[in-house]
Each structure stands twice: as C-alpha cells, then as structure tokens.
Design a protein around this ligand. Structure first.
Ligand SMILES: *Cc1c(COP(=O)(O)O)cnc(C)c1O
Length: 421
C-alpha cells in the first residue's frame, strides 16, 4: 500500500501502513522527500485510504482484529512488533498518529500512551530494574517525583535528585549502578535550562541511558534526537492536543530501545482510545502556527511583566535577562507560552485577590490549550537537591491565543487588586 507524498530523492522515514492481506497495521521503512518542519507536520502520517478520499485517518474502534485464515493469523502473531493483532497493541488510528509524531521527532519509533504519566511510567519501567540507580533532575514535573519516591523505590530502584544546573558535573554522580539520567528542560515551575548536550555526553561516555521530558518545547522547539537523547517523552495533553480536551502521551526512542518500550506499553496496557488519537493528530496539524503565536504573545507579556513594580523576577528562558538564556539560545529554536513569575513579597490573600478576579486567565493546572491559565506554585515543596529561595510568592502563567492587549489589561487590573488587598 502506498503512502502519500512523492518518493523522490530523500531520506529514510518510518511509515505505518495497513496490510490488506493481514487486515492489520504493519510498519515499513520508506524513502521520503526532504522538507522543513512545518511542511512535515502537515504531511506526516497521512495514510492513504483506498476506500475514501478522506484527508484524515479513519477512527477504528477496535479490540478484536479478524484474520481470513489461521495462516494469516499465525503470520501476524509472529510479527508482533510490526503488526497489531489486538486493539491494545495498536490500531490504524494510533499507528497513524505514531507515524506522524515519529516523523516530526526524527526518532526511530513512537508509542502513544493514555497519558504523559503513562509514557514516563512505560519508559522508566522498560529500562529500570531492582538494584539500578536513576539520576532524576530536581526540577522534574512533580508527579514524576512522586512516582519515583512512592513506586520505583519500593521496587528496589535507587533514585537520587540532581541540580538542574549540574551540566558536565553529572559525571561525578554516575555510579556503576546508574542506568538512566532523566532531564526535563526547562524545569517544571521554575524553568531552569539544563545543559543537555553536556549531560548526554557524560551519560553516554559511561554507557548510561538518557531520557528527556520535552513537553515544554515539543519536537519543534527542541530536537531531542539531535541532542543525543535516547528516549523522548511528551505529554500530548499539552501543545499537541492543543485544545484542553484530551489526555495522552508519547514515548519516542532510538532503534535499540523501541522493542522494550513497545513490550512494556503492551504489558502495562497503557494504550489510548482511538477518539483521543484522532484528536491528538488533528491538534498536531496546527501545532507550528499555534506554538509560534503562544511564543510571541508569551514573550510580549513576559517582558511587560518584567517591567512591573509588583514583580521581582520573570522565569522565562527566552528573556535575555534570564540566567538560562545563553543555553536556551544555543539549543532551542523557540519557546511556547508557559513561564513563571516571582512576585515581590506580598500576602497570600493579595495573590488570591489578583488571581481570583482575572477575566481571561482560568485557574487550573495543565496548559497547551487555546486559553490562558494561571496557578500559584510552591516550588520549595518539590526540591531536595537544591533549595528554592525566592523571597516572594511564585505564580505560573500560560498565555493562550487571546489578543495580548486584552490579556495585559486583565493583568493590569489584577495588579490593582493585588495592591488594594
Ligand atoms: C503535564 C505534564 C506531564 C504529564 O502529562 P499527563 O498527560 O498529564 O499525564 C509530564 N511532564 C510535563 C512537563 C507535563 O507538563
């Protein structure tokens, strides 16, 4: 079966296709044309559907897959990494999304999961065993910290947290038992930028795997595989979904690791439903345009906030005043709309008055949708290797697709409430 796109001079890409003999999804390597990111996002994973001219993949609600003969069934079963014989192992709808995401990332293969946390659990579960040591960044997304402290340690995995600014110094923390280094850059809540190339170099010199949570950047703003990372993790609930209406995740790896990841996903049963896969793929098509707008509006508002007398510091690596700016500029090609603000010392009551009265900033976790959000944060609660010592309260803003003038007017009225409280 053919895939879309001219097969002219190009380079190897991975495609899923529907094998009509096996009535199942199969995986092939083909040659695709060179193209830029925005073109790739539009063309990636577009399976040709022989029965209709639909642009988008059909949504397969599938548990059982039927085979015409025993021979076809046995053949499919023997190719379990290439062919799905059961809904939990993949459907044409999940395969189309995996192909598209993998093509954008440039990894070997992607597994989509029922949440970002499921993607992380699969990746950690696939490679860590009792007796292994995991080096975890101190600024990790805090549910991952709980997963480490409450679950991994019970399974005999030793977890130690390291300073996000450790850089090449990570080498001194690697022991004979260290199996994986985990990075998330910029860090959750406080947005420290890690020197990922220095860390991945040190890890690989010692034969240690390196995994990265790349949700803040998406593959468009930070290319994990160009920075020598083995395992790319994303919550698709954020920018890829993009509309605050789904929870999903993805693990993309290099070639030697993909079978272990797929096996773990299948055994843990972390498969997403087909409707969510469809929505994620639909969200993905407009990702570059949305991300650029989030970045532009986010930077305008971050700069405006940095000039306010109520603000002590804005935590946004794309601002030239940010301590992580030089590394961000070197390694990243953009920023989204999520950043932090440290306020000058002020009462909790005043912060609540400011946040409660916003018209356009909803109070809620998550981000990556079309609408602006805000939450108060407490980074000091989730640090053990480093200390968070800001003198005032911290707030996290997510800048949506509203007009920046309306957002700034809303923020300005908020500061009036803060001062009046
Ligand atoms: C939201 C998030 C996750 C978890 O993703 P879910 O889809 O909510 O499970 C992991 N890492 C980061 C950085 C996130 O923002």
């Amino acid at each position: 079966m053919m895939v879309h796109g001219p097969n002219g001079a190009g380079y190897p890409i991975r495609r899923w296709t529907v094998d009509t003999d096996l009535s199942a999804v199969t995986w092939i390597l083909t040659i695709g044309p060179r193209m830029k990111d925005r073109t790739r996002v539009v063309s990636a994973g577009r399976l040709e559907n022989p029965k209709s001219g639909s642009v988008n993949p059909p949504v397969h609600h599938t548990s059982t897959v039927l085979f015409p003969t025993v021979e076809a069934y046995l053949k499919a079963r023997s190719k379990s990494f290439e062919v799905s014989i059961y809904g939990r192992l993949g459907t044409p709808t999940s395969a189309a999304l995996e192909t598209a995401l993998c093509e954008i990332e440039g990894g070997f293969r992607t597994l989509v999961t029922s949440s970002g946390m499921a993607a992380i659990t699969v990746a950690l579960g696939a490679f860590l065993s009792s007796g292994d040591h995991l080096l975890m960044v101190d600024t990790v997304y805090d549910p991952v910290r709980s997963l480490c402290d409450r679950v991994l340690t019970r399974m005999g995995i030793r977890v130690s947290y390291y300073d996000p600014l450790v850089g090449a110094g990570i080498a001194e923390l690697i022991t004979r038992e260290t199996r994986m280094v985990y990075v998330e850059s910029p860090g959750s809540l406080t947005f420290e930028v890690q020197d990922v190339p220095a860390i991945s170099h040190a890890a690989h010199q010692r034969g240690v795997l390196i995994a990265m949570d790349n949700t803040w950047s998406t593959p468009l703003n930070f290319n994990v595989f160009n920075h020598d990372i083995d395992i790319s993790l994303q919550s698709l609930s954020k920018y890829v979904g993009g509309h605050s209406d789904l929870v999903m995740g993805a693990v993309t790896t290099t070639e030697p690791l993909h079978r272990d990841v797929r096996r773990m996903g299948a055994l843990l049963g972390t498969c997403p439903g087909p409707d969510d896969c469809f929505l994620a793929q639909r969200g993905m098509r407009t990702l570059p345009a949305r991300l650029r707008q989030h970045q532009d509006s986010g930077l305008t508002i971050a700069s405006w906030l940095a000039g306010r007398p109520e603000v002590s510091r804005v935590l946004h690596p794309a601002l030239s005043s940010d301590p992580g700016h030089a590394i961000w500029r070197r390694d990243f090609s953009g920023a989204g709309g999520l950043f932090g603000v440290v306020l000058k010392p002020v009462s909790d009551r005043a912060v609540h008055a400011m946040l409660d009265g916003y018209e356009h900033f909803g109070i809620g976790v998550s981000w990556g949708g079309f609408e602006s959000l805000v939450i108060p944060t407490s980074p000091e609660r989730y640090r053990t290797a480093t200390a968070w010592t800001a003198d005032g309260p911290t707030v996290r803003y997510y800048i949506g697709l509203e007009d920046v003038d309306d957002l700034i007017a809303d923020l300005e009225r908020g500061f009036n409430r803060l001062r009046a409280a």
